[in-house]
Design a protein around this ligand. Structure first.
Ligand code: NAP
Length: 251
């Protein structure tokens, strides 16, 4: 049986690029999306038409009941889970911290941090080789953080940077906690990557502005982040756990 990978936020950007590379490597895919049903279903169909296995499943990862339903669908359809890619993430309009309200911090932490926690918890129950798990075979979790976690995103979105910092800490602790369960946990920290996320911060052209400060002299492609995710998922990374892998052009 093919290895099964769940990618959250797979309808576009880094998630969709990861899905296409994973399908080419033979993974069976559960593609989570929140709103873009037709886009996610088109991607799943594209993979199936090329001879792969993929389903698209709607869920807001910040909602506990929806995450439970997502994993119930995964269980029913595939009966196992080998790799979780916690890719779903969002940011809001660029502004200084003193202009932000509490509700915004709650939304940003809910989608980025709480969603990753809920999916990690559900994945461990299925992957763990320990008694008490559901008879798992071990696995790999890749959290999509950001170099904002160490740069801090001043003047843009300190809330988002802080949420990604929390994801880094969770990655470090969880890697140690579940190592004996046969599960590796790592994070990728993308730099400035050409996706639609920058428009939601109010600056669609942000990649061009920021790329001047990237040592490699350009913004990154979603496929370049996906390649790092696929490597961390693979047996090639069998001795890598608790790593925070910057994919940021040297920035
Ligand atoms: P994107 O093009 O905006 O895609 C984000 C994806 O996440 C979409 O599919 C979106 O679905 C989904 N999503 C957002 N909130 C969700 C929720 N609560 N539940 C389920 N799905 C949700 O962004 P991207 O650039 O590919 O970002 C992917 C990841 O990389 C994010 O974690 C982001 O923080 C991280 N990252 C990106 C960059 C960059 O420069 N692009 C840099 C560092 C880190 P909907 O459209 O349905 O909401």
């Amino acid at each position: 049986m093919n290895k099964v990978m769940l990618i959250t936020g797979a309808s576009r950007g880094i998630g969709a690029a990861t899905a296409r590379q994973a399908a080419a490597q033979g993974y069976a895919l559960c593609l989570n999306y929140r709103q873009q049903r037709s886009v996610a279903e088109d991607l799943a169909r594209e993979i199936v038409d090329a001879g792969g296995q993929a389903i698209a499943v709607q869920a807001d990862v910040a909602d506990e009941a929806q995450v439970q339903a997502l994993f119930a669908t995964l269980d029913q359809r595939f009966g196992r889970l080998d790799v979780l890619v916690n890719n779903a993430g969002m940011l809001e309009q660029q502004m200084r911290l003193e202009a932000m309200d509490l509700a915004r911090w709650q939304r940003v932490f809910a989608a980025n941090v709480f969603g990753s926690f809920l999916c990690c918890r559900a994945a461990i129950a299925r992957m763990s080789t320990r008694q008490g798990g559901q008879g798992g075979q071990g696995g790999a979790i890749i959290n999509v953080s950001s170099i904002a976690a160490r740069l801090g995103a001043p003047g843009e979105y300190i809330d988002y940077a802080a949420a990604k910092g929390a994801i880094d800490s969770m990655t470090l602790g969880l890697a140690k906690e579940v190592a004996a369960d046969g599960i590796r946990v790592n994070a990728v920290r993308p730099g400035v990557i050409k996706t639609e996320i920058h428009a939601s911060g109010g600056e669609p052209d942000r990649v061009n502005r920021v790329s001047q400060s990237v040592p490699l002299g350009r913004g990154g492609e979603a496929d370049e982040v996906a390649a790092a995710i696929l490597w961390l998922a693979s047996e090639q990374a069998s001795y890598t756990s608790g790593a925070l892998l910057d994919v940021s052009g040297g920035r």
